[in-house]
Design a protein around this ligand. Sequence first.
Ligand code: SF4
Length: 253
Amino acid sequence: MNAIARYERVSDDFIAKLARTRTLLRLAARDHAPRRSGGPARVSQASSLGAEDIVITHLINRMKLNIGVFVLDTGQLHPETLQLLERLKASSLAPVEVFKPLAHEVVQFVRREGNDAMYRSIELRKTCCQLRKMEPLERALKDKTAWITGLRREQSGARAEVPLIDTSDKHRLKFNPLADWRWGDVWHYILTFAVNYNPLHDQFYPSIGCEPCTRAVALGEDFRAGRWWWEGKSVKECGLHVKQAPLAQAVAA
Ligand code: SF4
């Protein structure tokens, strides 16, 4: 059974959710358009190439919005994810940029701490995430006034309050246009539009990150149980999305 057959369950209000998502993306493109004609958009989508992110990229392309897409290639992604990245680069109208960590910093860290440092302490794991994700993210968001993510409230307790527009960072808005989508809605969209997805989802990986830090989940396990599983019930975040506004900010239609 593949991921579509396993997860696809459309919500009664899916059409309204999809309309709201489209409105948000249009708003993001309009309010963060390039400063000058032909210049780069000031809004980008952060894509992990997971199910939610491929839906957003598909919408950006279908709606022909002036929004770029960026991927953080940590150097530790699964081969399946890298292959999907190549397919996306070949098919996307929206430009897809790849940001990698600074090679010398990674080399120094691995020489000092080894390839398995993330398993030895949360501190070392966070240092690895800082080098491989956070620093490239800062470069990706430089000059951006907004970014778009695939965060959903259903993903974890830590994300239960994710707003549609996060205004907690005064320098940059964060749009979460799928905040109120259910997992079944995501797969309904993928099925309806035949969106190319990561085959790891067929192998019980609902949330896909770096290869050493992601495992498949068992039936009944939490959505993000496969991320940094050896850390027990700690907040399963790498730092990319730890700051969130306390209240959801509704978007006027
Ligand atoms: S998820 Fe794991 S491999 Fe990836 S950057 Fe964080 S600690 Fe390193």
